[in-house]
Design a protein. Sequence first.
Length: 95
Amino acid sequence: MLHTLRHSPFQCDLAEILRFMQPGDDLLLIEDGVIAALGNSRALELLLCAPISVSALQEDIEARGLIAQISSKVECVSYTDFVRLAVKHDQQFAW
Protein backbone atom coordinates (compact mmCIF):
# COMPACT_ATOMS: atom_id res chain seq x y z
CA MET A 1 0.00 0.00 0.00
CA LEU A 2 1.12 3.55 -0.66
CA HIS A 3 0.66 5.94 2.23
CA THR A 4 1.05 9.69 1.81
CA LEU A 5 1.60 11.92 4.83
CA ARG A 6 0.93 15.61 4.29
CA HIS A 7 0.83 16.81 7.91
CA SER A 8 3.78 17.90 9.99
CA PRO A 9 4.81 15.28 12.57
CA PHE A 10 4.07 17.98 15.15
CA GLN A 11 0.40 17.96 14.08
CA CYS A 12 -0.27 14.23 13.92
CA ASP A 13 0.41 11.06 15.90
CA LEU A 14 3.10 9.51 13.73
CA ALA A 15 3.53 6.47 15.97
CA GLU A 16 -0.18 5.69 15.64
CA ILE A 17 -0.09 6.16 11.85
CA LEU A 18 2.82 3.72 11.60
CA ARG A 19 0.75 1.06 13.40
CA PHE A 20 -1.46 0.87 10.30
CA MET A 21 1.44 0.20 7.94
CA GLN A 22 2.57 -3.25 6.89
CA PRO A 23 6.03 -4.51 5.91
CA GLY A 24 6.69 -3.57 2.30
CA ASP A 25 4.43 -0.50 2.31
CA ASP A 26 5.72 2.77 0.91
CA LEU A 27 5.35 6.08 2.71
CA LEU A 28 5.66 9.27 0.69
CA LEU A 29 6.07 12.48 2.67
CA ILE A 30 4.41 15.42 0.93
CA GLU A 31 3.55 19.02 1.81
CA ASP A 32 4.38 19.60 5.52
CA GLY A 33 4.93 15.86 5.94
CA VAL A 34 8.49 16.35 4.62
CA ILE A 35 9.35 17.80 8.04
CA ALA A 36 9.34 14.20 9.31
CA ALA A 37 12.47 13.59 7.21
CA LEU A 38 14.62 16.13 9.06
CA GLY A 39 17.90 14.60 10.17
CA ASN A 40 18.25 13.57 13.82
CA SER A 41 14.56 14.07 14.60
CA ARG A 42 12.29 11.82 16.65
CA ALA A 43 9.94 11.54 13.67
CA LEU A 44 12.76 10.30 11.44
CA GLU A 45 13.79 7.78 14.09
CA LEU A 46 10.25 6.37 14.14
CA LEU A 47 10.12 6.16 10.34
CA LEU A 48 13.46 4.42 10.02
CA CYS A 49 12.49 1.78 12.60
CA ALA A 50 9.37 0.85 10.63
CA PRO A 51 9.55 -1.96 8.00
CA ILE A 52 8.55 0.44 5.20
CA SER A 53 10.21 2.47 2.47
CA VAL A 54 10.24 6.21 3.14
CA SER A 55 10.59 8.91 0.52
CA ALA A 56 9.88 12.64 0.38
CA LEU A 57 8.72 14.82 -2.47
CA GLN A 58 11.65 16.96 -3.65
CA GLU A 59 9.48 19.91 -4.70
CA ASP A 60 7.93 20.17 -1.22
CA ILE A 61 11.35 19.94 0.43
CA GLU A 62 12.64 22.76 -1.79
CA ALA A 63 9.51 24.87 -1.22
CA ARG A 64 10.18 24.77 2.53
CA GLY A 65 13.91 25.46 2.23
CA LEU A 66 14.82 22.17 3.90
CA ILE A 67 17.16 20.58 1.35
CA ALA A 68 20.27 20.75 3.57
CA GLN A 69 18.39 19.39 6.60
CA ILE A 70 16.76 16.29 5.09
CA SER A 71 18.32 12.99 6.13
CA SER A 72 20.25 11.11 3.46
CA LYS A 73 18.39 7.99 4.63
CA VAL A 74 15.21 9.33 3.03
CA GLU A 75 14.93 9.16 -0.75
CA CYS A 76 13.96 12.45 -2.37
CA VAL A 77 11.61 11.83 -5.30
CA SER A 78 10.02 13.81 -8.12
CA TYR A 79 6.38 14.00 -9.15
CA THR A 80 7.19 11.38 -11.80
CA ASP A 81 8.37 9.05 -9.04
CA PHE A 82 5.16 9.84 -7.12
CA VAL A 83 3.18 8.60 -10.12
CA ARG A 84 5.30 5.45 -10.29
CA LEU A 85 4.58 4.73 -6.64
CA ALA A 86 0.86 5.25 -7.23
CA VAL A 87 0.92 2.82 -10.16
CA LYS A 88 2.95 0.29 -8.16
CA HIS A 89 0.31 0.05 -5.41
CA ASP A 90 -3.30 -1.01 -5.92
CA GLN A 91 -4.30 0.72 -2.68
CA GLN A 92 -3.43 4.14 -1.33
CA PHE A 93 -4.15 5.95 1.90
CA ALA A 94 -3.65 9.64 2.64
CA TRP A 95 -2.88 10.85 6.15
